[in-house]
Structures are given as C-alpha cells and as structure tokens.
Design a protein around this ligand. Structure first.
Ligand code: PAF
Length: 286
C-alpha cells in the first residue's frame, strides 16, 4: 500500500492508474476505521482495479467544536487495517493540503436538504462535507465512489455534488454494518461507555419497531411513540422521522405504497448517533 501526503503525488498516481487500469474506487473516511469502512473497501476491490482510501478528519463539517476535538483517532491501527484489507493507496493530507494557505469556501446549493434532519440539527455540516469531498474527488478523480447507507442524507447530498462535477462518478451506497446486537457501526461508538454502549442498542430496536408497526394512514402517532420511548429512556432525541426514501421529505400520511425510510438522531450521553432503516423497499435512491 502506498501512503500519500501530498495531493499532487496522489493526483499523478491516480492518473497513471486510470490509464493502465480502468476503474478507480475511492473510499473517503475520517479514520477510526471499523468493519463498515472495510466493507466499502471490499466492494471497491470487487469492482475496481485500484482502491484509494483517504483519512482526514475534516474540521469544516463539525458544527460542534467539542465533537471535532473528541473525534477518535486510531491512525496506526487504521493503516494496519488498510494494509490487511489490500487497499492500494491511502491519502493522509494535512489541513493545508486540502484547504491551502488561504482558505476559500465555495457555497453549494443543496436546496432543502441543507435545512432538514441533519442539516437542521447540524447547521453548516453539509457545506463542510461538500468542501472536503469536492476537493478530494478533484484530486483522486475516481470512477466509483463508495459510501455507507448509515449516512443516508450525506449520500443524497454527495449525489447532488457529483452530479455537478465535470467528470462522471458512479456512487455506490453500501449497506450499514451492524454489531451483533444491532447497533450501527460508527467511529463515534468508541466514545461510548460500557453502559452507554448497551443503551445505544435501543436505537436499532426502535427502527425495527417502526418497521414492524408501519401501516397505511397517519404516521405521526408511531413517530411520537418512538420519540417518547427514547426520551423516557434517557436519550436526548434530535429527531425520529419517517420520510420518503427518495426525497427525504417527512411523511405524515402513508398511502401504503410510497417508499419510506425511518431515521433517528439522538444523543447517548454526549455522543450523537444516527441510524436509519428502509421500511418497505431496500432499493437505494431510485
Ligand atoms: O462520512 C464521513 O466519514 C465524512 O463525512 C466524509 C465523507 C469522509 C467527509 O469528510
């Protein structure tokens, strides 16, 4: 595996690889790698001749400075895992390498996606995600981009971003990987105490409950029931939503046919976790 610190070197490498092999797969990460990330690498290796991973904790996407400061860093282990999983290259840029000495932030028109769900509770988050992903994609110029379904809204935002890019990228969204008790794998899980880790399983149980009790008609009582349950069990809930799976617009009345996704964002102690579940159709983004 080749380690790159400079964009120019990675750009040259990627260009050379694109000439000799056809597909370049890219897996952007913020490190603290877990099996969810590794499953993206496996998918990329199945499809692409070259797999490039980036590790960069992007400060511009953290609306909460404390969350940024406490984001887990496990670089040595990450590099070991990438090597073991046959990633071809890893990009470890500094802040300056990504943003330059004089930072110029672009504004991305993300429409309503910027103001709902994660956008509402984490103002500026998706602009920050776009700042970094735009730069990374322009360095790597991959043919395929691999992202996890756990960050469903982020997948939609990045889809919008790549539709605006001057070159074509196939976005491949891979299923959320879960711990044996259902908790979605997330780098932030490392910050949970033993007690919080147990408590966090309730999030998955709630998604399963929503899936099981979904029926045509008003969805508001079901959403409220789950929100109240989490609140009464010590969670600080940002949202429990059931939305149209393609637009992410909240659905109050269900006709029994519309494709739906349930999404939850909640704090367990200080740690904010998100998860989602497609309720009646597992296709992603029609
Ligand atoms: O999902 C993440 O880890 C980050 O948001 C990403 C896509 C690597 C951008 O920093």
């Amino acid at each position: 595996m080749i380690l790159f610190k400079l964009s120019k070197d990675l750009e040259d490498y990627s260009q050379k690889m694109r000439k000799s092999a056809d597909f370049i797969g890219f897996v952007p990460t913020m490190g603290a790698l877990h099996d969810g990330h590794l499953s993206l690498i496996v998918k990329s290796r199945q499809k692409c001749a070259t797999t490039i991973v980036s590790i960069f904790i992007n400060p511009t996407q953290f609306n909460n400075p404390d969350d940024f400061k406490k984001y887990p860093v496990t670089l040595e282990k990450d590099i070991y895992l990438l090597e073991k999983n046959h990633s071809d290259a890893v990009f470890l840029p500094t802040y300056e390498e990504i943003y330059g000495q004089k930072v110029i932030f672009k504004h991305y028109d993300l429409g309503y996606l910027e103001n709902i769900l994660e956008g509402k509770y984490r103002p500026g988050h998706f602009q920050g995600v776009c700042q970094v992903v735009d730069r990374l994609l322009n360095i790597v110029k991959p043919t395929h981009l691999f992202l996890g379904q756990k960050d469903y809204q982020q997948c939609m935002v990045i889809k919008k971003l790549i539709d605006l890019m001057p070159f074509h990228i196939d976005l491949i969204i891979c299923p959320t990987l879960r711990e044996p008790d259902g908790l979605a794998m997330s780098s932030r899980n490392l910050r949970l105490s033993e007690q919080q880790r147990k408590q966090a399983t309730e999030i998955y149980r709630c998604l399963v409950f929503l899936h099981k009790h979904l029926s045509a008609g008003s969805l508001e009582p079901l959403k409220s029931k789950v929100k109240d349950y989490l609140t009464n069990n010590g969670f600080k809930v940002d949202y429990v939503e059931i939305c149209d799976a393609d637009s992410l617009i909240s659905v109050s009345e269900w006709d029994g046919k519309q494709r739906l996704i349930a999404l939850v964002a909640t704090y367990v102690g200080e740690v904010r976790l998100i998860d989602n579940m497609l309720l009646n159709d597992s296709r992603i983004f029609e």
